[in-house]
Design a protein around this ligand. Sequence first.
Ligand code: 13P
Ligand code: ZN
Length: 270
Amino acid sequence: MKDILTAPYMVEMIRTVTNMYNHGWDERNGGNVSMLLDEADVAEYLDTETAIREIKTGFSAPQLDGKYFLVTGTGKYFKNVQYEPEINLGIVRLTDGGETARLLWGFSDGGNFTSEFPAHMMSHAARLSVDPENRIIMHCHPSNLLAMTYVHTLDEREFTRTLWRMSTECIVVFPEGVNVLPWMVCGTNEIGEATAEKMLTARLVVWAQHGIYGCGRTLDEAFGLIETAEKGAEIYMKIAHLPILNTITDEDLHKLEERFGQKGREGYLD
Ligand code: 13P
Ligand code: ZN
């Protein structure tokens, strides 16, 4: 068996969570990431039949039965992942219709997967139903997006339109817009279900006064979505209190739709 720490997906996961920490998106243990893995990619490195222990998930997700995930640990600091991946990350296989997670590697201090496991797994199931190639669910706490949820309406159309106007790239990178959930208690099945529902229509879901969820086929895609939305929010927080003399108009946004062959979400542009 090859060394799991040399697996390309492991290397990329460690680099990505380190980069997220360096962007200031993941203070303390803030944020969590999960990656869907193919059985063949796990079997090259681990005995898939032997579980270190079994963990009850507290929910069922029959669509994910038998699937493998590399996931960050609860209470773990992203800044430490690169130094002690085996403590801070784990690889699990879901069984019993998603009710049990068999730990195959990691969480070696007796730890557990992220407290946001329900939101991650339910979001994976939702995204796979609209994009069979989706592999990543990413959650973090970028400051400007968080700040924006204190001073901007949470209406999804308005929130999206504001971000689209904050930089030319926004409508190109997330033409479907961002969905928004009101403040809710985190780490519960309820917020998991609500997030998954929102993930059916957009790859970005803002959790008001908490953070954001992004998803994608690759870590780069999920990271890039959050990075672009956070840049938009940063511009907003820099200018919202100043007299606005110029902006990107709906007419300009229509020109971008044409130039990049990407339609903005139906009904979001005048
Ligand atoms: P975990 O440490 O359980 O992953 O929680 C961090 C977080 O961001 C909660 O929303
Ligand atoms: Zn969080």
